[in-house]
Ligand binder design. Sequence first.
Ligand SMILES: Nc1ncnc2c1ncn2[C@@H]1O[C@H](COP(=O)(O)OP(=O)(O)OP(=O)(O)O)[C@@H](O)[C@H]1O
Length: 651
Amino acid sequence: MTDLLSGQEPTDYDASSIEVLEGLEPVRKRPGMYIGGTDERALHHLVAEVLDNSMDEAVAGHASRIEVELLSDYSMVIRDNGRGIPIDPHPKFPDKSALEVILCTLHAGGKFSGDAYETSGGLHGVGASVVNALSDSMVVQVARNKELFEQRFSRGIPLGPVEKIGAAPNRRGTTVTFHADEQIFGSHRFKPARLFKSIRSKAYLFSGVEIRWKSEIDDGETPTTATFHFPGGLSDYLMETLGKSSTYADKPFAGVVDFKEKFNTPGKVEWAINWTPARDGFIQSYCNTVPTPEGGTHEAGFWAAILKGMRAYGELASNKKAALITRDDLTTGGCALVSCFIREPEFVGQTKDRLATVEAAKLVEGAVRDHFDNWLAADTKSAGAILDFLVLRAEERLRRREEKETQRKSATKKLRLPGKLVDCSSKTREGTELFIVEGDSAGGSAKMARDRKTQALLPLRGKILNVLGAASSKIGTNQEINDLTQALGVGLGTKFNVDDLRYDKIIIMTDADVDGAHIAALLMTFFFTQMRPMIDTGHLYLACPPLFRLTQGAKRVYCIDEAEKNAHLDKGIGGKGRIDVSRFKGLGEMDAKDLKDTTMNPATRKLIRVTIDEDEPGETGDLVERLMGKKPEKRFEYIQANAQFVEELDV
Ligand SMILES: Nc1ncnc2c1ncn2[C@@H]1O[C@H](COP(=O)(O)OP(=O)(O)OP(=O)(O)O)[C@@H](O)[C@H]1O
């Protein structure tokens, strides 16, 4: 804050603070990788990237005011009174200004080392350049040392060097004006209501900043001007969000802890929580003012503190049932805001949806826990009401589970399961598996190889419908898909609910040949497009049947592929006499013992869990569309591009 208060120009934040790690190019080609897609959400993410840079200046104590303006042509202007992006020549690229390096190079930034910023939302050095690459026009003005500089860009390319365009005797800071490129975002437009909401929440997250909002576009519901400044922080925010809903505590349990004071490490956490019977619970978490809608370690630490505190309080109050409370019970009816500031946070992906920094869990838990214990002890009326409410939640949850378990068997009968399903006998879902197998003959061996108690089989006849490219009416009436959906118990389309799944693991078991791979691909496409939560919650697996069996006397070894077979042939398998090699043409060829040992027995088999690359969720969708979609030319392009890759490798 010192330089802001003294009005002196900071001297140690210049071009040398900006490090370069890599060049810029692929952003326009693969925007999904950087901003999670090209839809409306991704478009609004551009504003967040630029605004976060101004917030970082504010949190670091160099800016006190940020202005955000939506112009009539849907350009965005974001202005702060911070130090201004450095404009002096960059030490590594002497013919370019630091400004140009920042805006035209991926991984250029001042936040890698923690010297120019202590706890920043920015860290990858990517944000500003990504916005630039995806804007058909971007103008950056910097007021530094009483002079005003400007550089203009289009689609990531500078239209000229940085130029001095006048004096700025009473101003300092950065102004970024950009217009998102329609070539990338099509007809998506900024929505005043969405911008207004996210800007307002930013102001709540840092009480040291004032954010002014202005919009030349009037959507009829969002104010066209507003000033946000919330000295009351998250507690006010929560009370405002909950409005008139009745709550179990009169005032939220809220606080701020400086990690420096408590743990001698930079950073802090601020939080507010209350419970209400009036609505489902929620948690909104932030790290360095960046929203983390998928939670992460800070949320985990927060809930751990609340859970342990609540159970300990229950014990003190001799309420034995408090031990039943789980994290799920806390979140039903619990409405929480958690905002932490830490040094060098690690997020998952450039859109920073989830915090991954491990230490954050401990720091937040440690900071919140003491306060919570004190708060509960000081207000026994609220504490008792919350405890009773949570115990009730826990009991309800347990009752529901019991009902579900006892119902499973009868539901199984009522469900009208497909005739060809070979179900398992277990009454509960726990530990059960459904093998989707290719063809009836494979089904025969699998039936003998399975564990009747926990392993069920669904043989599929031939290939299932390719759901990409099929009309949804066709999906609903397809026999194989219907059988599969019924066996899973989850319902299709709007009726789909992953909680109804009848088995723990769904395992695709197809032959280790091209046809088998195609069937597996069709099934995965079906799950990805129609039952995505099954993948997200980790229920979908691929079995890995072997391709070879080597026999030497009484010794037997299975090999997954050619390479493994050759390695064994070189090394020997430790039996006597000649080594016999048999190649399984399909699962149906394996006898039950082979199939059990290699592919089905949980103790000896190998399984691959199907996951979606978290860093590139958009990419997975693109790839599925390309490979399985209606357009053969896309498939052709992909094969061409990748075939070339193989050739290059061969050279
Ligand atoms: N408004 C600003 N005021 C001062 N410096 C800024 C401003 N905006 C950007 N910078 C400087 O430019 C650098 C690069 O910004 P950019 O948005 O590309 O990446 P980042 O914020 O470091 O990381 P991330 O990619 O995670 O957002 C920042 O690290 C900071 O040094």
